[in-house]
Write a protein that binds this ligand. Structure first.
Ligand SMILES: [Zn+2]
Length: 447
């Protein structure tokens, strides 16, 4: 039975506008009123909910449509909080949910209230369908709306995993973290995030003699750190293809418009060793491709000195190092140490990221998402994707939930880049595409 999409679309727009009108800027978040709104929308249609309050004015809302239990549940996850706004740089009220030129504007329209609205609509539409037909699904559908994602998730998914892991018992989850990207010539690819890089901090410390700046010293710690950084800037990690990146490039090349890059993708995954290296070198010129082909090393913070006339005895740089799944951070640190030839410089791993397994890029959930996308647009290419950013999906993957990240709204890069920026907006046609994509994926996996 198909939903009445015309009225469902009007309802989706209304719901998203209302959701945006809750100011959940984090900090402080204040997600509780939005959680109550979601709770009343769900309970009004007979869906059971659990509202949890980890601390004052923060909340997680869980809702469940119970299936027969023949299969393990599937989770629909979205976060309720949003990042802050620079109001004077917006042409629309960031908390107004205004509509103009075919777009719905507002903070969170893309990240992540659009998906929150699409998940809510999926729950409501599934429940209405089941009530009308008397059917039962093969597995529970679990709606999860969390707080605090944008500030690390301590009061959100982190809290939920620590305090109520049984509520998260599921075989699969759908979360943010992917892309539905419209590229040159109108081609579209759906990048389904099935793995992510792991974020670590490596601290580089140079030591030298302290003293009065009036007497220059040859072992000045700041010069020493500068030379060490210059040596590290020339260190490049080797190319490593994972199962996810191999599938990513082999499927992406089918629709890729740029002939040179298309050939490079082909050579990378299918060519002999020399061709593969040549392909990798060409693709590495694009920063996002470079970032999925190897461990990433970015200096991010510098600390040295307190006063202009005092030579400090140390100078410190913090590096954010992001490893591919399965790569050893200890070995990366060893290679970084070997790259530094400057004396009296040490490198230490000061924050070790937690490993998370990759979700199977060939699972029934991945195929459900890909089929649902093809029903909506036969030319779309669904590719598994390794994200360089960190999402709550890693926490779920550590609980043995196969989580997949999507951004179900087809967008050109220009619109996508408004995420966390000014005049964030979702094309209304894309909002409808995304709602149908989630509804149909869930219908296929829960039948
Ligand atoms: Zn987000």
């Amino acid at each position: 039975m198909n939903p009445d999409w015309k009225s469902a679309e009007a309802e989706t727009v209304t719901r998203l506008r209302e959701i945006i009108q809750f100011d959940t800027t984090n900090p402080p978040g204040n997600e509780l009123p939005l959680a109550r709104y979601l709770e009343s929308a769900l309970t009004a249609e007979g869906i059971e909910t659990t509202l949890l309050e980890p601390t004052k004015n923060r909340a997680q809302l869980i809702a469940r449509i119970s299936g027969s239990g023949a299969k393990r549940p599937v989770i629909l996850l979205a976060h309720m909080d949003v990042v802050g706004v620079e109001r004077q740089r917006w042409t629309h009220d960031p908390f107004g949910g205004e509509i103009a030129d075919g777009y719905l504007y507002g903070r969170g329209a893309i990240d992540d209230k659009g998906m929150l609205a699409a998940n809510l609509m999926t729950m409501l539409l599934v429940k209405r369908m089941l009530t009308a037909t008397g059917e039962t699904l093969s597995r529970d559908i679990v709606f999860v709306a969390t707080s605090d994602e944008e500030a690390g998730g301590e009061w959100g998914m982190g809290w939920l995993v620590a305090n109520h892991p049984r509520l998260l018992d599921a075989e699969f989850a759908l979360n943010e973290g992917g892309r539905t990207r419209i590229i040159e010539g109108g081609h579209t690819y759906l990048a389904v995030q099935s793995a992510e890089k792991i974020s670590h901090v490596v601290t580089v410390t140079a030591r030298g003699s302290a003293g009065h700046a009036a007497i220059p010293l040859p072992d000045n710690a700041i010069f020493r750190l500068g030379r060490a950084l210059e040596q590290l800037s020339r260190h490049v990690e080797p190319v490593t293809l994972t199962d996810t990146t191999r599938l990513f490039f082999s499927r992406l090349l089918g629709i890729w418009p740029n002939p040179q890059q298309k050939k490079a993708m082909h050579d990378l995954v299918l060519g002999n060793r020399a061709a593969s290296e040549h392909g990798a070198a060409l693709l590495s010129e694009t920063p996002v491709f470079n970032a999925v082909l190897r461990n990433g090393i970015s200096p991010a913070m510098l600390r040295a000195g307190k006063q202009f006339n005092v030579i400090p005895d140390s100078a410190v740089a913090d590096f954010n190092v992001r490893t591919l799944p399965g790569q050893s951070i200890d070995e990366v640190v060893e290679r970084m140490r070997a790259a530094v030839r400057e004396p009296h410089v040490t490198l230490e791993l000061t924050h070790r990221g937690e490993e998370a397994p990759a979700s199977d890029p060939e699972s029934p959930m991945f195929h459900a998402i890909a089929s649902a996308a093809r029903e909506l647009n036969p030319a779309i290419a669904a590719v598994p994707y390794l994200s360089t950013g960190v999402t709550d999906s890693a926490r779920l993957r550590r609980l043995d939930v196969k989580a997949y990240g999507i951004l179900p709204f087809p967008m050109a890069q220009e619109d996508e880049e408004r995420m966390h920026g000014n005049d964030e907006r979702v094309p209304i046609a894309s909002l409808h595409f995304g709602t149908r994509l989630i509804f149909r994926s869930i219908e296929l996996i829960a039948r």
